[in-house]
Design a binder for this molecule. Structure first.
Ligand code: HGY
Ligand code: MN
Ligand code: MN
Length: 417
């Protein structure tokens, strides 16, 4: 049968099955307001991985897990020597995350593989559904740990040593998860991939606003992250004079205010966020002794991102006053462009399915950033209602989710053939 007349895998994508699996995953770590709190390497994350493995096993997919906790479910291809095609995203969420960020890409890949199996075609190369460890970086910062280690962009030992707020290391948390996944085979970290495709909700308003179903992602904007520690001195709120005080909070506020002013652009392209701000000892009658805060800085132009990021340390130091400040850069990832060939495979699949589509830049970060460094990579976006994301109100219709999975199914079928 010719490629044009045979029934493609997309015909076997089941909207209801995908929606039901997403709903089942959303129950693991469900929040009262309809969102999900399933942070990396938590017991909820382990439960989500167990459920994914069970679903995979009903399709005959073999699970394996690597040293940094990336979970793979393999559909064996006909040629054992062919490098596998990878597709997935992440199962972890922000503390008040939604039902779709990350988990959609994993379950869309599972749905696509199920559709390929149902179509009766045995792909030449294996296809691995993958759940990357800790994309969000809210519990252990910075995020994208699993994909970064997989790609050789971060060292395994340094990532394993990262601790959360309560001092638990990635290594210890990983051991807890592994104890729930005892029968899962170990996978070598250096196994290579032929290609990677990630489906994701847009996390912006453009596709919905323009009445489009599919975004063919052109690339990902750059991002630099920092942690800042301001040290002052605890003192009595009633007895210490202003002259005597080393108020870490006032110094930190001055830094954030100065950064916001220096990074302000009239075009609203620069993205500057202080999302974490911890005051110590956080007692009403004690002058704050220390503040830890985070900086997330993004810009689509790498040169601009470099220049803006380089202002962070001098600005913090200039506003420290009588306090001490230490600025640590946690990650620095420049803007990237996915290969034209991957974009055209995705665009052609959307066109054949008569799905309205256009090219779009991702202003959010994704594991595809690191896969891009090791194999041809691409991304498929589906609309996000009002662009709401990293919040409990995140929503995409089941029809849009299924359409993204259809595009993914045809793309994976082609890449693995
Ligand atoms: O922050 C990001 O861009 C990603 O969603 N974690
Ligand atoms: Mn995501
Ligand atoms: Mn996210």
């Amino acid at each position: 049968m010719s490629a044009d007349t045979k029934t493609r895998a997309s015909a076997f994508v089941d909207e209801k099955r995908l929606a039901e699996r997403l709903a089942a995953m959303a129950r693991i770590g469900a929040t009262e307001k309809g969102g999900v709190n399933r942070q990396a390497l938590s017991k909820e994350d382990a439960a989500a991985q167990q459920l994914l493995i069970r679903w995979g096993e009903t399709l005959g997919l073999k699970p394996s897990i690597d040293a940094i906790g990336n979970l793979f479910l393999r559909l064996e291809g006909a040629d054992p020597n062919a490098a596998p095609v990878l597709s997935g995203s992440h199962l972890d969420t922000q503390p008040t995350g939604g039902k779709f960020d990350g988990v959609y890409g994993v379950l869309a890949a599972l749905e696509a593989v199920q559709a390929i199996v149902a179509s009766g075609v045995r792909p030449r190369a294996s296809i691995d559904v993958v759940a990357w460890m800790n994309e969000e970086g809210s519990r252990f910062a910075p995020g994208m740990m699993g994909s970064a280690v997989f790609a050789g962009e971060r060292r395994l030992d340094t990532v394993l040593a990262v601790t959360d707020e309560s001092g638990v290391s990635v290594a210890d948390a990983l051991m807890q998860v592994r104890s729930c996944l005892r029968d899962v085979a170990a996978r070598a970290l250096d196994e290579r991939a032929a290609a990677y495709v990630e489906a994701h909700i847009e996390q912006g308003p453009h596709l919905e606003r323009e009445g489009l179903t599919i975004g063919v992602v052109t690339g990902i904007q750059g991002k630099r992250t920092f942690k800042v520690r301001v040290d002052g001195e605890a003192a009595h709120a009633g007895t210490s004079t202003r002259a005597e005080r080393k108020d870490a909070l006032l110094a930190a506020i001055a830094m954030v205010q100065a950064l916001a002013e220096a990074l302000h652009d009239a075009q609203d392209i620069v993205k500057f966020t202080v999302g974490r701000f911890d005051v110590k000892p956080s007692a009403p009658s004690v002058v704050p002794s220390a503040v830890d805060f985070s900086i997330d800085l993004r810009h689509p132009d790498s040169q601009a991102l470099r220049a803006l990021g380089d202002k962070v340390q001098p600005i913090c130091e200039a506003h420290a006053g009588v306090c001490a400040v230490r600025v640590t850069e946690l990650s620095s990832a420049m803007s990237l462009e996915f290969p034209a060939l991957m974009r055209s495979v995705i665009r052609d699949a959307a066109a054949r399915l008569n799905l309205a589509h256009r090219e779009i830049l991702s202003t959010a970060g994704h594991d595809a950033r690191y896969l891009h460094a090791v194999c041809p990579s691409g991304m498929i976006f589906v609309p996000s209602h009002r662009g709401l994301t990293h919040c409990e109100a995140e929503f995409t219709t089941s029809a849009d989710l299924a359409n993204g999975a259809k595009v993914l199914a045809d793309v994976l079928e082609e890449l693995a053939s």
